[in-house]
Design a protein around this ligand. Sequence first.
Ligand code: ATP
Ligand code: MG
Length: 881
Amino acid sequence: MSDTPQYLSGSEIRSYFLDFFAKNQHQILPSASLVPEDPTVLLTIAGMLPFKPIFLGQQKPDYPRATTSQKCIRTNDIENVGRTARHHTFFEMLGNFSFGDYFKEQAIKWAWELSTKVFKLPPDQIVVSVFEEDDEAFEIWRDKINIPPQRIKRMGKKDNFWQAGPTGPCGPCSELYYDFHPELGDKTIDLEDDSRFIEFYNLVFMQYNQDAEGNLTPLQNKNIDTGMGLERMAQILQKVPNNYETDLIFPIIQAAADIAKIEYKKADEKTKVSLKVIGDHVRAVVHMIADGITASNTGRGYVLRRLIRRVVRHGRLIGIEGAFINQVAEVAIALSETAYPNVRQRETPIKGELDREEAAFLTTLERGEKLLSEIIAKVKKSKKKQISGVDAFKLYDTYGFPLELTQEIAEEEGLTVNVEEFDEEMKKQQDQSKAAHETIDLTVQGSLDKLAEHIHPTEFLGYTDAQSVAHVEVVLVDGKTVDSAEAGTEVQIVLNQTPFYAESGGQIGDKGYLTGETLVVRVEDVQKESAFFVHFGRVERGTITVGDSVTATIDRACRRRVQAHHTATHLLQAALKKIVDDSVSQAGSLVTFDRLRFDFNCPRPVTPEELQQIEDLINNWIAEAHEAHVSIMALEEAKAKGAVAMFGEKYGAEVRVLDVPGVSMELCGGTHVRNTAEIGLFKIMSESGVAAGIRRIEAVAGPAVLEYLNEREAVVKDLCDRFKVKPHEISDRITALQSELKSTQKQMESLQQELAIAKSDQLLSNAESVGDFKVLVAEIEGVDPNGLMTAAERLQQKLGESAVILGSIPSEGKVSLVAAFSPKVIKEKKLQAGKFIGEIAKICGGGGGGRPNLAQAGGRDSSKLKEALESAKKQLADSLK
Ligand code: ATP
Ligand code: MG
């Protein structure tokens, strides 16, 4: 046996590899992103992926030879993580590549030289495999490298033939395995036995093109693609029993073990698996977020979410309570910062995303785990081996518990999950919701009623928190539940928990934002629908999806203003009791960010003097800076302490009490200032009656006072500008203007009279003779009713024994009619002015009357005036003949 390999750190292995190939004219290229350019692949799974277009002949290489250390993620190995010694989700693949340059023999020779000379692996501890039909490779290993033929294993197509797809470049591979137990001899070589062998290096000889019929034709330009697992080489060189205990990963595991207060070496197998899962996944998620991936319910976002969730869950399995992921992530970031500087640069988004996802999932977990353990107990009790698909689906649907997670936990208990039934349930629900979307009533309440059995009441965090991470439980658009909503959509959102206050007890709902890495939803209002807080808003940016974790942040400034008004409302009630009457009680209230409105029982108006006293008293309490305490107590206790409750309101056995000691004590579920000083200032705007025995006071507090006063000041300023006076002169100025207006009006009236007289004189010649009488029927334009009377009276006197009818349209849609009859008309012809004109006015849709000699009437239909006058003329002609 040769000398044992020497210890090399992970980063030494990386640079030895790259340097070795650089010395052999390979260009060292940086690792590509975990997010591949190739849109058909979710994540970068091998070192060759970035070069795929070159191998497929779609792109010309910049260099004939290249070498890289490529970060990779393989989700298909996720179940092996922690269970085998050699599989990770995230690992680094060291590779050397030839693009139509060197080929098989050179690749094998360098692989051997690197393994035995650089990494100093004993030649008799290396076993190789070749494709069963690849005699060329077999012979190179046997004749050029001198490996005994019994240690060159021929393998089938499944293991040792590489293809990128059904057609295109392909070829045989040859793998190098390290033999941990050469003492067992050459007779029993089984490369599948991973307690003895580990594959560490794979050489792909891309030498054929496969056509659609499956025919292989030799390629003109043959390529080499290789991959060596960095972690696997580290395991070998660091003489540890698995990849996880190498310097690349173990510090992460150590950090998790410290948090869980576990000694890794002494831990049982199950605990070790959890620690390894944490060590592996934390590296993966740190690099994924560094490369710009964010958690979501689809694609690579879902891979990320699933990995984070597994970390959280395994953390709980080993006894870690609460959030821990970022403590561990910090170690992973530190470990990778020299080789991958982008990781430290993206520290803030990484930690933010991890925080959010972890918090959201912890909540989900707590709920789901409880239910799942009940289900497991039930299954075990009935001596079954399988969890039903219905139960698994309920966990998924109601608790956001992924199927894989249920399967994993079940597996730990020796149970399986009926996946077929799960899929059926899933399909059933999809069909149902499709049908439901067509028939349900499209109100928010309607949709929520349907969901009420599935989702938990919203937890309100807003008494203490202005911001929190939350899980999106429901998204509604136009009252219908949807999976997601895009920018520009008006939405209603239900979260599992929220700092947003939902309108109640007179206090309006909070405003604010729900955000994610790329998401912004502006929340305009929050309303309670039974036990759910429904956030009404609009997606401003990104897409909101059920299952997302979001950061819910209230508009703190807005909330402070609401709180000032709310506490001020309590002070107002206390002041009213003190100054007006102790029997004053609340009849209703509204607390918003710009004012408060308080309705109360009181048989009489509150006098201006009392209002002033109330305002002063409240401002005194504010200036005295009283603490405001909230406490939860039994209803009886609260009543005994004299807390004010609203009459007729139903309270639970436990009540929330806002106490401003010595000033006010009231049952209240709202949010309040901590000290009356925060209110700043209080100002009553108005006092009025709203119903019999109920008065209303509107007032402002805090910054709203200033706004109210500014508004008032603007009015005063405007008046000063217009009247060209100082504020204190406004009143005198208005009195002067009022008397000026009065005398102007008087002048106007007499002018009207004069105008009527002047116009009527012109009409004298229009009078006609009927029998012994003169008859004058005419319209006068632009004369008011009084002027019309004067004119008619005057005309009749001038005409002697006569009947005069005048009409005018004093303003749009109005008709004025006047009749003036001389005594003989009244006595001999028995005509009365009042009766006569009243009848005529009916034609214009009106009526009226007056004395026999002079009367006035009005109507609304000015278009009928001519007809009315015609009718009057005809009647007079008939009657006076
Ligand atoms: P295995 O059979 O052990 O899963 P593989 O045949 O899938 O390996 P390749 O696809 O040939 O591996 O990848 C090339 C090299 O990358 C492997 O020889 C190994 O060193 C490393 N590698 C592959 N998958 C993983 C993994 N999940 N974790 C760590 N290293 C890996
Ligand atoms: Mg594999």
